[in-house]
Design a protein around this ligand. Structure first.
Ligand SMILES: Nc1ncnc2c1ncn2[C@@H]1O[C@H](COP(=O)(O)OS(=O)(=O)O)[C@@H](OP(=O)(O)O)[C@H]1O
Ligand SMILES: [Mg+2]
Ligand SMILES: [Mg+2]
Ligand SMILES: [Mg+2]
Length: 315
């Protein structure tokens, strides 16, 4: 029996149900996006997805903590009663017995921020702007034990025809779940950077596009970069659709959130790739909700990693 079998099963069921909720919401015409205090959007589906996943984790592993992106504060205000009603209605489509109080409590099960010996991290929708635009998005869940990512489940509902689901366990491997079973995935073996495919964020506010163009030129990368929302970029590198994922800081001092990277980072590492920050340092997931010790993210097939870090250092 391989390690963390139960965690993998629960995590995959949870992100799969959450992905159904997200697709249900996206098929409708009323996402009711709200702007958070940092002006970033949050929708019915972000709240609903967080409720579904936290419910599943709480039921299976009641002692585990959860560091998830959203909280239910806005939904508890009188102004947002219609939004709360939409969230509860969507949650009930997936969990028919759910009521309003439960939905709120499940969302708020994810408000931990501090490090803990055993903690899950969840991005209920990574790439909310992509979700709103009709682009890629992901439901990203990972289990961190003593600061190390051990289990990852990554649902990309808009990738491929039917959506795709990826998972990984540290030391076991990275897989894509298909109707025919779990298929191991692997990064490319490209070692000539001129032949590499590079992917990056769609939003220039999330990763510096001008800087990445300079780095691509220095690496003699011939192909135009592929812009894709969400941790689907990690899946793209992990299964060999792309060779490099660059996330270059746009604001000095911006700290990346662990839920934006934990699941994707393990999937790439277990597919044979490498993930560091732009200085070539490993991402430190032992510090609670933020990657306080890191700047930006560089993910590659491994073989190209040193060349990419060197090009960034020169740029
Ligand atoms: N300034 C800045 N720098 C870096 N990252 C930031 C910044 N601001 C926001 N965010 C986070 O970006 C997450 C989305 O990243 P993506 O790579 O999906 O961006 S994009 O949609 O492709 O443009 C997005 O995740 P979600 O909120 O889950 O969508 C944010 O956590
Ligand atoms: Mg967000
Ligand atoms: Mg995110
Ligand atoms: Mg999010």
């Amino acid at each position: 029996m391989s390690a963390y079998q139960r965690e993998v099963q629960i995590a995959l069921e949870a992100v799969t149900s959450a992905a159904v909720l997200c697709q249900n919401v996206r098929q409708g015409d009323d996402f009711v996006a709200l702007a958070k205090s940092d002006k970033s959007p949050v929708t019915v589906a972000d709240f609903g997805s967080q409720a579904i996943v936290c419910r599943a984790i709480r039921a299976a592993f009641p002692r585990d903590l959860i560091i998830a992106e959203e909280n239910a504060d806005a939904l508890r205000t009188e102004d947002q009663a219609p939004l709360l009603a939409r969230v509860v209605a969507e949650v009930k489509k997936v969990v028919p017995s759910a009521d309003e109080a439960q939905a709120l409590a499940w969302i708020d099960a994810g408000i931990s921020r501090d490090a803990a010996p055993r903690v899950w991290t969840l991005d209920p929708i990574d790439g909310t702007k992509g979700f709103l635009r009709g682009g890629q998005y992901a439901v990203a869940l990972a289990l961190i034990i003593d600061g190390q990512i051990e289990v990852a489940a990554l649902a990309c509902p808009a990738l491929d025809d039917e959506g795709s689901i990826f998972w990984a366990v540290r030391g076991v491997g990275a897989f894509q779940r298909t109707a025919a079973g779990d298929k191991p995935i692997e990064v490319t073996s490209t070692s000539n950077s001129a032949k590499a495919a590079l992917c990056e964020s769609v939003e220039s506010g999330h990763s510096d596009h001008d800087q990445s163009a300079k780095i691509a030129a220095a690496l003699q990368i011939a192909r135009p970069s592929v812009r894709m929302d969400s941790q689907a970029k990690y899946a793209a590198v992990a299964r060999g659709d792309a060779d490099i994922y660059l996330r270059l800081p746009t604001i000095a001092g911006y700290q990346e959130k662990i839920w934006d990277h934990a699941a994707g980072a393990l999937v790439i590492a277990e597919a044979g790739g490498k993930v560091t920050d732009i200085d070539g340092q490993p991402l430190d997931f032992s510090l609670g909700s933020m990657l306080k010790n890191n700047r930006g993210v560089v993910a590659t097939n491994g073989r190209l990693h040193d060349a990419v870090i060197a090009a960034i250092a020169k740029a």
